[in-house]
Write a protein that binds this ligand. Structure first.
Ligand code: ADP
Length: 413
């Protein structure tokens, strides 16, 4: 298969409300103008190669364990930020595709840095021979003039949901090389560990032959889109929420001003204890509470997020890690609840969560997986009677890149 469109583009670009995602394919059989030069671009993104973990000195003020440091540095392998995040390559996600004979690279940067990115392309002449880039996300419109004027490149808009679905179905069923074998994880299996610390009730799955469809797609970007997907070309946006990743990050900046970096916030949240801030069922009832229907509300269930902060008390001793944990849990649980209800309405049992809110955010994945298991179990009796399957939360390794990947695939057709 040819991995080039007529203009020679090997890029897939998704310019979202917060982050721009770039997929770049380096073909072995048809080397292009910028094979190998990708490293130059990455350096220019404000990162330098380093064996050391990311420097956290100027960020979230909280004690951090070695495991946190390792976790933070795990994804953007070997790169240290010189300034606050504006872009990085996700080295861990890169993979070699045997069939296409080439390597996929994944980069993201802040959408508001588009001028800087375009200047880099111009300086490195990476747009040589390129006349158009298929692009998804609102930025395909917003930045069309910038690309046209500065690079003489046309951004061709592509519908967002169709490319996200295309990217997912392509990658999940792909016979990938062993390094990229872990494309998906299932949110209701045995506890797994990150650096020896159990942080998630998820385990990695190999790509499967089983049909992916139908599924409910919950894309958690700045906002949330909920889509019923019955086939690669058969999908419908059924719901959404404006309480999404952008809400989390905005509140995080307001409540934890020293926290400058999203990935640090994610991993710091894993160290926090939100029971200092959230009012739990056990704070009200003294333990678990059994409803007249026989359903038990566990004592550790949150009755009201941040309510203890309103009542004073132990919230005074809460640090940023606790706030971040509460914020992450609040946003994740709310999205999970909306996803659950929509999946039930549509009678679809598989729910796939994507989007960069999940990027380097183990707490969010864990909350969603556990919450899905809990609400599913609570409804289990009537579900069995009705012959319904319990719902399953799935997460994908390349969570935020499916729009860009699908746009690349759109390019090669
Ligand atoms: P969009 O297309 O709307 O930009 P994404 O899927 O890229 O959506 O997700 C954006 C969300 O990802 C942000 O709202 C935030 O929650 C999260 N995020 C992950 N990494 C970063 C980062 N480095 N800076 C800001 N937000 C980030």
């Amino acid at each position: 298969p040819q991995c080039l469109n007529s203009s020679g583009s090997r890029l897939g670009l998704d310019i979202g409300g917060t982050l721009a995602k770039l997929v770049f394919f380096e073909s072995e059989t048809r080397p292009s103008w910028c094979n190998g030069r990708i490293a130059e671009v990455i350096k220019s993104l404000g990162c330098v190669a380093s064996e050391e973990p990311a420097s956290l000195s100027s960020s979230c003020q909280q004690s951090r364990s070695g495991s946190l440091l390792r976790a933070v540095s795990k994804r953007a392998v070997g790169f240290q930020r010189q300034s606050s995040f504006w872009g990085e390559q996700d080295m861990e996600l890169s993979f070699y595709d045997d069939e296409l004979k080439g390597r996929f690279h994944f980069l993201c940067f802040r959408s508001d840095q588009m001028e800087r990115f375009v200047s880099l392309i111009a300086v490195h002449e990476l747009h040589h021979n390129m006349t158009e880039i298929f692009t998804t996300g609102g930025g395909a419109y917003k930045y069309a003039e910038l690309f046209q004027e500065r690079l003489d490149v046309k951004l061709v808009p592509v519908d967002e949901l169709s490319v996200v679905i295309k990217g997912i179905s392509w990658l999940v069923n792909r016979p990938l090389s062993p390094e990229a074998g872990e494309v998906c994880w299932l949110g209701d299996e045995q506890p797994s560990a990150l650096d020896g610390q159990p942080i998630s009730q998820c385990h990695w799955m190999e790509p499967s032959d089983e049909s992916l469809f139908p599924f409910i797609l919950v894309n958690i970007g700045s906002g949330v889109s909920i889509v019923k997907v019955e086939g690669i070309d058969k999908f419908e946006r059924i719901s959404g929420s404006a309480l999404g990743g952008g809400t989390f990050w905005g509140l995080c900046k307001l409540l934890c001003p020293s926290c400058k970096d999203f990935s640090e916030a994610g991993f710091l949240a894993a160290e926090g204890d939100s029971s200092n801030l959230n009012l739990l069922v056990e704070d009200i009832y003294g333990g678990d509470y059994e409803l007249p229907s026989g359903t038990k509300l566990p004592g550790n269930l949150v009755a009201s997020f941040f309510a203890k902060a309103g009542a004073g008390g132990s919230s005074e001793n809460s640090g940023e890690a606790d706030i971040l944990n509460a914020l992450t849990t609040m946003v994740s649980q709310n999205i999970c609840q909306i996803a659950y209800l929509n999946a039930r309405l549509q009678e679809v049992s598989r729910i796939v969560f994507t989007g960069n809110f999940l990027r380097q955010n183990p707490v969010a994945r864990q909350v969603i997986a556990e919450n899905m298991r809990r609400v599913s179990a609570a409804a289990a009796a009537s579900e069995r009677q009705n012959g319904r399957e319990p719902l399953q939360a799935h997460f994908l390794h390349h969570e935020g890149y499916f729009g860009a990947l699908g746009t690349f695939l759109h390019n090669v057709e």
